[in-house]
Design a protein around this ligand. Structure first.
Ligand code: IPM
Ligand code: MG
Length: 370
């Protein structure tokens, strides 16, 4: 049975980077028994332009009838400086998260092969960084009601709300993930100020005591966590945090390694899961064939692993990415500034490398003939 993949390129560089990921998945099909069916949908500014809705019902239907969603990015500068715009591309992403029940955003932050020298931090600080940020994605101040303006529009308000149930389900996921890693969960909150943070502490502490006491749980206030992520990133294993803190800290953490163009992410929850690069829509580079497609290609690898259990194929993609980085077939952001390649050349190279890698797989011992 072919795996159905909803392809949502979105805005900015989205279409270019997604195209390369699809190219790579086609190479995986050619070199393994895997079969994929790609079905494209619209989201974000592109969807507003086409039908006035950043997450049209057809796109939602496409997602829920798929085995996984591969997503590029949303956002368009024409909305950024217009706070009065009633319909915005980002609403498409937020509605998609909510309607697909994607309550857990998983963002691994790791140093890629030989990329130490790209970090803005000293090598001895960044070396051994290997953390995962688990961000709650469908609650908190992003979605809490009431929100709005006073009648005279001179006052604005948003509401941060969490229920015990919302905290429990993501905490379960986080502890399960930590069990497969170094076993340390850091809950990041602002429990010295916020009532919602105190509920998080209560719920997470109880769950830890009842079910996961073989793991280590510690706590940090978000401001302190921001300092530690920069000064001692390798101290973290799994960070668990609410929506807004997770948004900010995951961007902070993503630049530590100096290779944000390589970072993949997954959002999962009650149904189909979604995979996307951590970087955004990078509108300045849109259409220029210069954006790094590797984060999207590695997001596709994450999809094969997590949603389809295709570990061999996923490793094939990762190994191919590693090989082309080692050969110096990279876009400008990972280059020495002199020799670099286009988005499509990098995608071509990964696809070709996959075919090569498979060709070279031979049994170590061949029985004698004759
Ligand atoms: C992210 C983005 C989104 C968010 C925006 C585009 C709405 O920054 O995925 O981190 O704030 O969640
Ligand atoms: Mg963000």
């Amino acid at each position: 049975m072919k795996k159905k993949i909803a392809i949502l390129p979105g805005d900015g560089i989205g279409p270019e980077i997604i195209r390369e990921a699809v190219k790579v998945l086609k190479a995986v099909e050619k070199s393994s028994g895997a079969g994929f069916e790609f079905r494209e949908g619209i989201i974000g500014a592109v969807a507003i332009d086409k039908c006035g809705d950043p997450y049209p019902p057809e796109t939602h239907k496409l997602c829920i009838s798929s085995d996984a969603v591969l997503f590029g990015a949303v956002g368009d500068p024409k909305y950024d400086n217009n706070p009065a715009a009633k319909i915005r591309p980002e609403q498409g992403l937020l509605r998609m998260r909510k309607e697909l029940g994607l309550y857990a955003n998983i963002r691994p932050v790791e140093l890629f092969w030989g990329q130490y020298n790209r970090s803005p931090l000293k090598e001895e600080v960044v070396r051994n960084t290997d953390m995962v940020i688990v961000r709650e994605l469908t609650g908190g101040i992003y979605f809490g009601e009431p929100r709005g303006r006073s009648d005279d529009r001179q006052e604005a308000f948003d509401t941060c709300r969490y229920t015990t149930g919302e905290i429990l389900r993501i905490s379960e996921k986080t502890f399960n993930l930590a069990e497969k890693r170094r076993g340390v969960v850091t809950l990041v909150d602002k429990a010295n100020v916020l009532e919602t943070s105190r509920l998080w502490r209560e719920v997470v502490t109880r769950l830890h005591k009842d079910k996961y006491s073989h793991l280590i749980l510690d706590y940090l206030y978000v401001d302190n966590a921001a300092m530690k992520i920069v000064t001692n990133p390798s101290a973290f294993d799994v960070i668990l945090t609410e929506n807004m803190f997770g948004d900010i800290l995951s961007d902070l953490a993503s630049v530590l390694t100096g290779s944000v163009g390589l970072l993949a992410s997954a959002s999962c929850g009650t149904g189909v899961s979604l995979y996307e690069p951590v970087h955004g829509s990078y509108p300045q580079a849109a259409g220029l064939d210069k954006a790094n497609p590797l984060a999207t290609i590695l997001s596709a690898a994450m999809m094969l692993d997590d949603s389809f259990g295709m570990h061999r194929e996923s490793n094939l993609i990762r190994n191919a990415c590693r090989a082309i980085i080692e050969k110096g077939i990279v876009t400008e952001d990972l280059s020495d500034g002199k020799d670099y390649f286009t988005t499509s050349e990098v995608g071509d190279a990964v696809a070709k490398q996959i075919i090569e890698l498979v060709k070279n797989i031979k049994p170590l011992s061949c029985p004698e003939v004759g």
